[in-house]
Design a protein around this ligand. Sequence first.
Ligand code: HXC
Length: 273
Amino acid sequence: SGSEVELIRHDGSDKGIATIAFNRPKAKNALSRSLVGDFRQALDELRSDSETRVVILRSAVPKVFCAGADLKERATMSPQQVEQFLHSMKVSFRELETLPQPTIAALDGAALGGGFELALCCDLRIAGPQAVLGLPETSLAIIPGAGGTQRLTRLIGASRAKALVFTARRFGPMPALSMGIVNDVANQESTGDSQNIGESGYLRALEWAREILPNGPIAVRMAKRAIDHAGAVDPVTGLDVEQLCYAQVIPTQDRLEGLRAFKEKRKPVYHGH
Ligand code: HXC
């Protein structure tokens, strides 16, 4: 189709999982106008898709997740076009962050600058052994401008965020895990794995998705909404928001199914209503 962003809806026992795959090999998935446009279209489709319960973001390009903003395209744009583009990129990040479903970034290669900031908009991050993360902006004499200074600081605290931004340092999956930037690190690629293209992070992300999948879909969405308010409103308002989110799950059939299944000592089957 020529699209630089593929949207795959899984089926069989993985029905309910959707994968968004960036596929712009010639520029290491750098965020261009066309890629961001395709990305926003995929997000728009998923937002209203009640069948999709978990979303994974990955790269279809070996050894890179996303190299950040397209620095070459940037050089061809007028200042006004740059401004419009950066706006659209930031809107797409916010659209990702506010998807109602849980989102998982599978980091099997370089996620730098805007590519790292993109991953920060997901609910979970799972790294492969070849992940390389970093915010190199100050080495380009700019600063992280797609939410990085705010989202990273909320995630790991000001001092660790400053250390990473001031030094522009690139780091691997284990430091990322110890700082709490990624939730999990997959093992070394198994030998014989299609030329070590690096997708063990994605496979581990799929395992996480499968663990979320059987849980009440409305409950998971409401939990995401409530938790996201914790960083956005004062504590007392946050408790009110939790109460409102809780109220949404009370009238669901799924809640009754959960109680029935417990009583009957079987696994519940939830339908999202
Ligand atoms: C445009 C890029 C690019 C980028 C790589 N390419 N990154 N093109 N924008 N951000 C291109 C290269 O120019 C090259 O083109 C091709 O992709 C392959 O790249 P290589 O470097 O040869 O590949 P490799 O050795 O595998 O290294 C991959 C990499 C490295 C680790 C991702 O390319 C890299 O470090 N890129 C720069 C990352 C970076 O600094 N990002 C931050 C951008 S600033 P040719 O034509 O030579 O094949 C940012 C700020 C956002 O994101 C702020 C928003 C407000």
